[in-house]
Ligand binder design. Structure first.
Ligand code: TYD
Length: 211
């Protein structure tokens, strides 16, 4: 069966990965490639329903294990319904967050055992691993400032995770950098502090010969 390329975008909140994913999708499509964009949590109708539970600021009672399983539930549906079929037809799949998010947010951030996260992930992802992961790295201050600005522009309230302490985000950021150091062949690490076109150009350069 034809196998496309599975590219994930990762980074702390406000790093700009969603904007960059869209730009890259446009660039690749203009070159005649088939591109499928998806997001976690979400990506499917069922995933969107799960996403609403996860990001609802009212759900303060949610237990870390419940949260973990909901991220995986969304992923299982996305892998089965969207990602695997698209890869099967040779498309490039660009996914806004995937397993690395769970490892750093639930593992490093919430302190859940990384081995448990990986075991559950193997079930949810059905063993699927990204071919390439673009990690957009920004410092904490930039992240928080951007996240606040973004929230003020939408409905004025902060999402449950954006509310988390600076310490949590710092653990997440360091977790990402540690993962990238462990798997340098998979990760393309991009400094996300520059302007949008500059970051886009660096991502394109970083993915040359890989996608
Ligand atoms: P979202 O608003 O999409 O944030 P962003 O635009 O920064 O991606 O919300 C997704 C949130 O879910 C984000 O704070 C990270 C978190 N998350 C996890 O904690 N674990 C996961 O496995 C995934 C996929 C996301």
């Amino acid at each position: 069966m034809a196998r496309g390329r599975f590219v994930t975008f990762e980074g702390i909140d406000g790093c700009g990965k969603t904007t960059q994913l869209r730009i890259l999708a446009g660039t690749l499509r203009r070159r005649g490639l088939n591109v499928v964009e998806t997001v976690e949590p979400g990506g499917t109708d069922i995933g969107q329903q799960i996403r609403r539970i996860l990001l609802d600021p009212a759900n303060t009672a949610i237990h870390p294990r419940t949260e973990l399983l909901l991220y995986f539930a969304s992923r299982a549906q996305n892998v089965k319904q969207v990602i695997t079929p698209a890869l099967g037809t040779g498309s490039i799949v660009l996914c806004d967050r995937f397993t690395d998010s769970t490892l750093v947010y639930q593992g490093c951030g919430r302190g859940l055992d990384p081995e448990t996260v990986l075991q559950l992930d193997a079930i949810a992802s059905n063993g699927l691993r990204p071919d390439v992961t673009v990690l957009i790295d920004i410092d904490l201050e930039t992240s928080l400032a951007r996240a606040r600005r973004r929230n003020q522009n939408s409905d004025g309230s902060e999402s449950r995770i954006d509310d988390e302490s600076a310490q949590f985000h710092e653990k997440v950021r360091l977790g990402y950098l540690a993962l990238a150091a462990q798997e340098p062949e998979r990760f393309v690490v991009i400094d996300g502090k520059a302007g949008v076109p500059e970051v886009a150009a660096r991502i394109e350069e970083g993915l040359r010969n890989r996608v």
